[in-house]
Design a protein around this ligand. Structure first.
Ligand code: FAD
Length: 291
């Protein structure tokens, strides 16, 4: 099938894009890499009268250190994120998540901002953003604001951005000290969305106790999920005494909206999720201890 007819707009500044979104109202949709939006239009799962292509806006591209955070422009491709030395050294969790995002052809077109704005609970970047307490820079013709990741993902494929707002960039806090990071997921075929997965960050103190940890669950609810109860229980524990299997069981215990479909029941996904968490915990804690 082909998309329903639409009018195409290609602004070259954030201000122009914001102006178009304000003027065109609900009939307009931002187009970035098109890797999620175009299939939806082609299948007529969504119809918009106007597409505002943000791919030519230079201000949306780039990766730069801003204080204690790494800012990634929304229009930065997933491939550029994966190839960035700065991302690999400052936000290793983002670098480790990138190879799991579809296939390289998709990552060449797909953008970090598109993935986060699309807010698929089975996508990797939203879970990483949630785990690391990232903040989203959002712009409209009414002004700009910052939305914390915990307030951003508010439902299935839904965010707290208004329809006239544009995601300009995402700031990922940089974790220093004795840290370890791991992403584990299970998908039926390479490049498919995960049936269940997790992004784990751990920081240890000098005595090998857990100073803090972050567990962002992938595909385990209607939004990316954060295992906050488990994280609180882990704080202060000697990492060598933590049972990774128990971390896995605990992380999925309180989940209320685990999907169930022809790819796997909710029970299956829970077991899978627990196994992925255990695996990632082991990898991340070993990296934090031994570098
Ligand atoms: C076969 C296939 C497999 C895939 N597998 C995975 C996978 O395993 N993991 C994964 O995470 N993703 C996967 N994807 C999706 C891919 O990562 C997309 O690139 C991404 O979800 C959307 O990015 P995009 O730049 O293409 O956005 P688009 O498709 O252009 O837009 C997606 C949505 O975000 C909105 N949007 C985009 N940019 C902005 C912005 N700056 N401000 C406000 N709203 C914006 C659009 O309006 C639209 O609603 C897959 C895609 C395909 C086709």
């Amino acid at each position: 099938m082909k998309p329903a007819p639409f009018e195409y707009h290609a602004p070259t500044t954030i201000a122009d894009a914001a102006g178009l979104l304000a003027d065109l109202g609900d009939g307009a949709k931002v187009l970035a890499g098109g890797q999620s939006l175009i299939p939806m239009l082609a299948l007529r799962l969504a119809v918009f009268d106007h597409l505002v292509d943000v791919g030519r806006i230079a201000e949306l591209h780039g990766i730069e250190r801003r204080g204690d955070a790494l800012w990634v422009g929304a229009g930065t491709t997933e491939a550029a994120v994966g190839a960035s030395v700065e991302v690999a050294s400052s936000v290793p969790l983002l670098a480790k998540a990138t190879p799991f995002v579809g296939h390289f052809q998709i990552r060449n077109r797909g953008t970090l901002g598109g993935s986060i704005a699309h807010a698929d609970p089975a996508a990797e970047y939203p879970a990483v953003a949630l785990a690391l307490d990232a903040s989203m820079d959002v712009v409209s013709s009414r002004g700009s604001r910052t939305i914390a990741a915990r307030d951003f993902f508010d439902g299935l494929w839904s965010t707290s951005m208004e329809t006239d707002e544009l995601l300009a960039g995402v700031s990922f806090p940089i974790w220093g000290g004795r840290c370890g990071f791991a992403v584990e997921e299970f998908a039926r075929r390479y490049g498919d969305f995960a049936l269940a997965g997790v992004a784990v960050a751990i920081e240890l103190d000098g005595d090998d106790r857990v100073r803090r940890s972050a567990l962002g669950l992938i595909g385990m609810g209607s939004t990316p999920e954060r295992a906050v109860t488990t994280e609180a229980q882990l704080a202060g524990q000697p990492v060598t005494e933590v049972d990774a299997e128990e971390v896995g069981r605990s992380a999925v215990a309180g989940l209320e909206a685990v999907p169930s479909d022809l790819h796997g029941s909710a029970d299956y996904r829970r077991q899978l999720g627990a196994a992925m968490v255990a695996r990632a915990w082991r990898t991340a804690s070993a990296e934090a201890r031994h570098g």
